[in-house]
Every structure is written in C-alpha cells, then in structure tokens.
Design a protein around this ligand. Structure first.
Ligand SMILES: [Zn+2]
Ligand SMILES: [Zn+2]
Length: 396
C-alpha cells in the first residue's frame, strides 16, 4: 500500500476539512461543533465513538478483523485566543479566535488517517483507538482525559502515535527523534508585596515596583548562572507584569509577575523551581518586600520510545528520501501528549509546513500563522503508515 499516494487522493477532502475547522475555531473545552463533526465522521467510517470524554473529548475505536495490538492515535482540537490577521479566504470567522497552532490540520489528518485505516479493516491484525483531545493549549486537556480513564479503556493501547505540524520545518520534511524532543513546561506567578503610598514620598513606602525590576533581572540570570549546562537546555521567561494600582502618582502595594520555564527532564524542572523560590525570597527580603511564589508544572517533557522511533523511521525511510527526514527536531515548545508517552511507548513526530517562497513562515501562535496544505497529505500518509506498521502485517 502506498500511503502517500492514498493520502494524495484524499487531498481535496483534507484541505476542505482543515479549512472548515479553521473558519470555526473553538477554544479549549468549548470544542462542541468541532467534536460533533469528528464524532459523526468517525461513526460514518465504522468507528465506535464515545463523546463527552473530559467534557468535549472524542474517543473512537476501530476493531480490526484479526487480533493484534491496539494503536492509539491522537489529535488535538482547540484553537487560541488570537485575532487572525491574514487575508486568506478561509480565515477565522470568529473574532479574537483562531487556529494558530495547526490543530485544524491535525484533525483533518486524523480523519484522513482513520479513513485510510478503516478501508483496510478486513486485513487488520489489531485495533485503532483515535483520541481527539480538548484543551491542549495550556488547559490540561490530556490530564483530564487520563482522569476520565483514557488509559483504562479496553483493549489497552500498546503503542501511541501522534504528530504536530511544524513551522520550523519546511514542507516536504519530517522530524523524528528518540528521547526527549519537546520540553516540559511550568508556569510561575510571584506576588511582590511592599507598602504603597504617594509617589512623591517614596521614603515612606516599600516600593514593590523597584523590587520587581531587580527580581526580573535576577530571575533571568538563573538559567545562565545557576543551572548546569549539562542538565540539558532550559529557558525561563518573565512574560507578564501587573501592578495593584496603575497610575503615575501612586506607588502600588503589590506587583505580580508571571512567566514560564521549560526543561527536558523532571530533575531540572524541580531544581529550577527551587531557584525561582530562593531568588524571589532573597531579592524581596533585601529591600523589605515579601514574595508569594506559586509554581505549577503544566506538562512533562515529551519522550519518544527508542524502539518505536526505530520502527517508524524505517517505515518513513521507505516513503521519503533521506534528506526529507530530520533526526534532531528538538524544541522548547511543549505538548501534553507527553503524559500518554510517559505511560505507553510511542512517538510524537513533526511534519514540516513552512514554505518561504509563498511567505508561509510565521511561527505557531502568530496571528499570521498558516501552513502549506501539502503537509496535510504528508501527515496523513505518514501517520497511517506508522499505524499500519503495527496492525497491517504486510507493511514494510
Ligand atoms: Zn500551540
Ligand atoms: Zn499545538
């Protein structure tokens, strides 16, 4: 079976499906229309469909004609609170909301993959469980699906496969690597409390704004000065700042700063959390302020299984030229598919979407984000072939 050729037959449908989702974006846990379409299309293909898993999630099961392993495939459904700035005919019809991460494409690819695999049900030695996840964009969607019993569903999944359309890679290429490929992500919120007062009499106050200036600088030196470079790349960014009053003649009582840090292993993440706490306390104490620090770990690093990567790369090697396969696609971005890969051996790979010549080169989460839709064919061809490697015995 030539999976890329079969996916190419489905290209008009892939594009139409992606553009329909793109025009009707829905934010995390509000994906009602989106989930409804996925559930209906999957039921039409012969999948047993469960809806309302973790509110808007959809889980669809296809039992093969013969016994064998169960392969979990995952796509995510949510859009972002971003106003789309592109002028494309299929631009978002919802003000202030857009699919700026490519999840519209992930769903189109998942449906095409489901179609391709369901056509081979009679030859299938094993089963497919397709998981359409709500709230990937920092809403904890996958954790809620796990709470809803995703991994207890029978037969239990033996292998988990997923992909992200990826703007750092050119269309026509794929990124796949063993080990930690996406970072774990944590968020912090630090409330700096001083003593407010008249801006003309700062000596009667304890100024939390001046303190926060020092604190931001100190936080940004943690990675370079306190972390061991051998512990793997880490990033810490202060991204938000809010004062309790916001005018020129009042020194506020409190300032709250927010930010994120990203690491490739749990040990580094715990160490970084401790440094954030220590630095916040000591900088604030030095000027008489107090620091109230909250840290929340949103996702763990995404770690691909060595054997699955080897098998899937072997399959891709029969479909693509060597130059099309990038084996070092590491990124500080995060994805909560990591929680599945923590439990089930699998792989999360990247499918290139950038096309410089056509000006398709904006990063994920940018208001002009778009994709070269040829990537949809590539994604569906590769994902169905990767699944086939485990459930269709004649796969190379
Ligand atoms: Zn995203
Ligand atoms: Zn995403």
């Amino acid at each position: 079976m030539d999976y890329l050729a079969r996916a190419a037959d489905l290209q008009p449908e892939l594009v139409a499906t992606r553009r329909d989702f793109h025009q009707h974006p829905e934010i995390g846990f509000q994906e009602h229309r989106t989930a409804g379409i996925l559930a209906q299309r999957l039921a039409d293909m012969g999948f047993e469909v469960q809806t309302g898993v973790a509110k808007t999630g959809v889980v669809a099961f296809l039992e093969g004609a013969h016994a064998g392993p169960t392969v979990m495939l995952r796509c995510d459904m949510d859009a972002l609170p971003i106003q789309e700035l592109s002028d494309v005919p299929y631009r978002s019809q919802v003000d202030g909301m857009m699919h700026a991460c490519g999840h519209d494409g992930h769903m189109a690819i998942a449906l095409a993959t489901a179609q391709i695999l369901s056509e081979q049900r009679d030859q299938m030695h094993g089963n497919i469980r397709l998981v359409c996840q709500p709230g990937e964009e920092g809403h904890g969607g996958m954790l809620r699906m796990l709470d809803a019993g995703l991994l207890d569903m029978q037969p239990a999944a033996d292998i988990a496969l997923g992909l992200h359309l990826w703007s750092p890679l050119a269309v026509g290429t794929v990124g796949i690597a063993a080990g930690a490929t996406m970072s774990g992500s944590s968020v912090f919120r630090i409330k700096v409390k001083g003593k407010g007062g008249h801006a003309a009499m700062p000596h009667t106050t304890i100024d939390p704004v001046a303190c926060t200036g020092q604190l931001i600088t100190a936080l940004h030196t943690i990675v370079g000065r306190r972390m061991n470079a051998m512990d793997g790349a880490v990033i810490l960014s202060v991204t938000g700042l809010q004062t309790s009053t916001n005018t020129h003649n009042i020194i506020p009582e409190t300032v709250e700063i927010t930010g994120t840090f990203r690491t490739f292993n749990a040990y580094t993440s715990e160490l970084l959390e401790q440094h954030v706490r220590d630095v916040s306390r000591s900088v604030c104490e030095s000027v008489g302020c107090t620091a109230d620090v909250h840290v929340r770990h949103l996702t763990i690093p995404t770690v691909n299984d060595k054997d699955v990567v080897q098998r899937v790369t072997q399959v891709f090697g029969h479909m693509l030229n060597a130059e099309q396969i990038n084996d070092r696609p590491h990124t500080m971005a995060s994805d909560d598919f990591s929680y599945v890969l923590d439990e089930i051996p699998g792989v999360y790979f990247f499918v290139g979407i950038a096309n410089e010549a056509r000006g398709i080169n904006y990063s994920h989460h940018h208001p002009r984000f778009d994709m070269d839709e040829a990537a949809l064919t590539m994604g569906a061809g590769l994902l169905s072939a990767a699944a086939a490697a485990y459930v269709l015995p004649d796969t190379v």
